[in-house]
Design a protein around this ligand. Structure first.
Ligand SMILES: Cc1cc2nc3c(=O)[nH]c(=O)nc-3n(C[C@H](O)[C@H](O)[C@H](O)COP(=O)(O)O)c2cc1C
Length: 233
């Protein structure tokens, strides 16, 4: 889990290391209040982050048990608060554990988000048949990887129909076909998480070279040409 981390000040050292790779660095942050979101955002901006992604899938104080990302008005307020605190682009990462992800995406857009990321992990659980108890001490955890790709695909597709800001897809990307499928659904970029554990860091170059091959074979120059192409007739 990324949330139980040593804190934003410590993390600034990691941003510096990441920046040595010369690629843009997007810092993922969360806070337990609007003010804390703003404070953490300023710390990672000063630390060199090129953009900020707001993790909105954490429990929020006041409404115990509810995730912040399930409350469209609060999502809009968090985005607005962070946008007023920093100059760099702000991306709202959405949870699919909601009845209508489009409402939340639209709220993030209204708050001034420069992009949305869809999706975070899906609430799930497993039971050990021998111990006859839930496998996780927390009982419920977050499901990631290929199993959630069809759900994330549906979210990206639906959001694309309703918001104008770019969408970053996350959920089960393991090869270039997955990435291209997300582009066609409406994503302008993809994230890779779980596949790093399955395939190692090589997965990044395999996915990007596969996308290059697909683009060349189909006569496209840039990914934007295929973003959202699965929509319409
Ligand atoms: C071990 C693990 C830790 C994660 N920690 C975070 C986190 O701290 N913040 C966050 O926004 N998402 C977190 N995620 C969610 C991923 O960023 C991503 O949204 C999700 O796993 C779907 O992508 P994937 O199938 O490529 O892993 C985590 C996922 C995993 C598997």
């Amino acid at each position: 889990m990324g949330l139980p981390n040593p804190g934003a000040e410590e993390f600034v050292d990691e941003i510096k290391i990441a920046k040595e790779g010369k690629a843009p660095v997007i810092a993922s942050i969360f806070g337990s209040s609007l003010e804390e979101f703003a404070i953490v955002a300023r710390i990672v901006e000063a630390g060199g982050a090129n953009a900020i992604e707001l993790n909105l899938s954490c429990p929020h104080v006041g409404k115990v048990g509810l995730q912040l990302g399930q409350d469209p008005a609060l999502v809009r307020d968090v985005v607005r608060r962070v946008k007023s605190a920093v100059e760099i682009p702000v991306i709202a990462k959405l949870s699919s554990n909601v009845s209508n992800i489009v409402d939340v995406a639209s709220s993030a857009e209204r708050g001034g988000a420069n992009a949305v990321t869809a999706i975070n992990t899906i609430r799930a659980m497993a039971i050990d048949v021998h111990v006859k108890k839930p496998i996780l001490a927390n009982v419920i955890g977050g499901l990631s990887g290929p199993a959630i790709k069809p759900v994330a695909m549906r979210c990206v597709y639906e959001i694309y129909e309703s918001v104008k800001i770019p969408i970053i897809a996350a959920g089960g990307v393991k090869d270039w076909e997955d990435a291209v499928e997300y582009f066609l659904a409406g994503a302008s970029a993809v994230q890779i998480g779980t596949a790093i554990k399955t395939y190692g860091l090589e997965v990044f170059s395999l996915v990007t070279s596969g996308i290059d091959g697909y683009m060349k074979a189909n006569g496209y120059k840039e990914v934007l040409e295929i973003v959202g192409k699965a929509h319409g007739s």
